[in-house]
Design a protein around this ligand. Structure first.
Ligand code: HEC
Ligand code: HEC
Ligand code: HEC
Ligand code: HEC
Ligand code: HEC
Ligand code: HEC
Ligand code: HEC
Length: 318
């Protein structure tokens, strides 16, 4: 098991350092906290028994340093957000009541971050079903960890990564009883059963985001934050499975991905001529897979080549 985790970690390091810039190193001061908050056990000095004792750490309070280092707030000291009193252990019980800052407390109305449209996002979020049901208790942090937050849709050049990261936010509750009950007392329904009507569910959940069907596309926002009531969710296949797919306006519009698609512009144009699919059967993604375009091109040129060789042999034979 440990070997497996190690390989996974190694893979993560190699993989992530290749595709993503590490935002920064974790400040040295944080080691005081991380000494305890990254391991399964910690040591404390017991004044009563006058010796060092080992204790188990609550697994949910163990932080992931790799994700910390990649997050937008990696340069922060822990005590920029948490009270300085945490420097001693046992932590003072009163600290449990310390109000935590929300994204808006720091980013709201700040010109420096205007391009992220925090205020507009909050407005949209306030219309969502989550806020309607649970109000401020459903904070931004329920979806975005302040420790690890990384704007994947803006920085990633991998559609797969964006879909995976975004869906895991929703699934962190809708597929996890413990976190779900942080806000609700009811049992959560099985995501798989709810979406039984959708064929090839696994493929869909790997290729599109929950928010594609559960929010209305907002032209002015990169990520729509108004999760609508379930009655308003998209069930209409044609909204995606058509040439004029709504995904062009949401998932596929990210500039970071656009650049990549443009590189294949020539080949895409080529394959479009080849695969004259009717509108109804146009499968989105078909002309977006670079390799597929390449294969189309290879087949196209191989066919031309075949005809040429054939013709030459015929002429020679004559
Ligand atoms: C000696 C080990 C140790 C050190 C050092 C330590 N912590 Fe903790 N921390 C714990 C343990 C254990 C808990 C679980 C709750 C408890 O026992 O109080 C905890 C809980 C917490 C919590 C959650 C409190 C709650 O119950 O909601 C926060 C926040 C926290 N620590 C922040 C920090 C910060 C920030 C630092 C560094 C300035 C730090 N800790 C240093 C061991 C430590
Ligand atoms: C940008 C602000 C910010 C920074 C920096 C930060 N934290 Fe937190 N931390 C929070 C917030 C907000 C919560 C409460 C999360 C929630 O309500 O879901 C939290 C919760 C925690 C918890 C409780 C467990 C949990 O996830 O709810 C621990 C433990 C903790 N922080 C430790 C640390 C340590 C150690 C560092 C330094 C490496 C650190 N934090 C840096 C904002 C921050
Ligand atoms: C305690 C104040 C504070 C809180 C709370 C906070 N941030 Fe930040 N955030 C900052 C600061 C300061 C920076 C700039 C950090 C840097 O440049 O190293 C930043 C950077 C960012 C950036 C990158 C901005 C850029 O232009 O590169 C994003 C995105 C971001 N935060 C999102 C969030 C989200 C989402 C939340 C809530 C989950 C949040 N922040 C909570 C203070 C905060
Ligand atoms: C129900 C879950 C959820 C809640 C609650 C939520 N968000 Fe988001 N948010 C998302 C998802 C999903 C994304 C897309 C993530 C990505 O790939 O960057 C996102 C992206 C963002 C972005 C990046 C947008 C960009 O231009 O890349 C910001 C900033 C942001 N959220 C701020 C907030 C703020 C502020 C709040 C609270 C008012 C909030 N979010 C509440 C799910 C949520
Ligand atoms: C903090 C946990 C949490 C997170 C994260 C979360 N949800 Fe929810 N969600 C809930 C709870 C709790 C309900 C309320 C269920 C109820 O009582 O009907 C809910 C309800 C819903 C509903 C049903 C609304 C209705 O009409 O009944 C939809 C759809 C939904 N969430 C989608 C999402 C999507 C999409 C995301 C990710 C962007 C997400 N949720 C993230 C906890 C969460
Ligand atoms: C192809 C579109 C589509 C996608 C993708 C999708 N959903 Fe749904 N979802 C729906 C529709 C339509 C309903 C309403 C189903 C019904 O009422 O029977 C629904 C219902 C729900 C409900 C309400 C359950 C209830 O009855 O209270 C939740 C929660 C939910 N989805 C979460 C998610 C999450 C989480 C994801 C991402 C992993 C996701 N959905 C992806 C279309 C979608
Ligand atoms: C939110 C957009 C969206 C909606 C709504 C949607 N799909 Fe899809 N569907 C996709 C994507 C994206 C793929 C993956 C296409 C690819 O990568 O080739 C896919 C793949 C499929 C596939 C597999 C095609 C293959 O190549 O194997 C089938 C079958 C399918 N969808 C049927 C449906 C049906 C039936 C509905 C309505 C009940 C539906 N879809 C609704 C986006 C959507």
């Amino acid at each position: 098991m440990r070997g497996f985790i190690f390989v996974l970690l190694l893979f993560n390091i190699v993989f992530f350092s290749g595709t993503n810039k590490l935002k920064g190193q974790i400040p040295e001061q944080n080691q005081t906290c991380l000494k305890c908050h990254t391991s399964q056990t910690f040591t404390l000095y017991n004044d009563w028994t006058e010796r060092e004792e080992k204790r188990l750490m609550n697994p949910l309070y163990i932080l992931d340093t790799l994700q910390l280092a990649m997050g937008v707030h990696s340069s922060f000291n822990c005590i920029d957000c948490h009270s300085m009193d945490y420097e001693t252990y046992p932590h003072n019980g009163e600290l449990k009541l310390e109000p935590m800052m929300t994204c808006i407390d720091c980013h709201g109305g700040d010109e420096t971050y205007a391009s992220w449209k925090f205020d507009e996002i909050q407005e949209e979020f306030h219309k969502s079903v989550h806020y309607e049901l649970y109000g401020d208790q459903f904070s931004c942090s329920k979806c975005h960890s302040q420790h690890y937050y990384r704007p994947v849709a803006t920085v990633s050049s991998s559609l797969q990564e964006i879909v995976r990261a975004d869906n895991s936010m929703c699934l962190s509750c809708h597929d996890n009883m413990a976190r779900y009950q942080l806000v609700s007392d009811t049992a959560n329904l099985q995501v798989v059963q709810i979406h039984e009507w959708l064929p090839n569910q696994e493929l869909h959940f790997n290729r599109v985001r929950c928010i594609e069907c559960h929010t209305e596309v907002q032209d002015s926002l990169l990520v729509s934050h108004n999760i609508m009531r379930k009655e308003e969710a998209t069930r209409n296949c044609v909204e995606c499975h058509s040439e004029n797919s709504m995904l062009q306006a949401s998932l596929y519009r990210y500039q970071n991905l656009q650049a990549r698609t443009d590189q294949n512009g020539f080949l895409a144009a080529l394959s479009a001529g080849n695969s004259d699919l009717s509108d109804e059967y146009y499968v989105i993604g078909a002309s977006r897979i670079p390799y597929l375009n390449l294969i189309y091109a290879i087949i196209f040129f191989a066919t031309l080549g075949g005809i040429a060789i054939h013709t030459i042999f015929r002429i020679l034979k004559k």
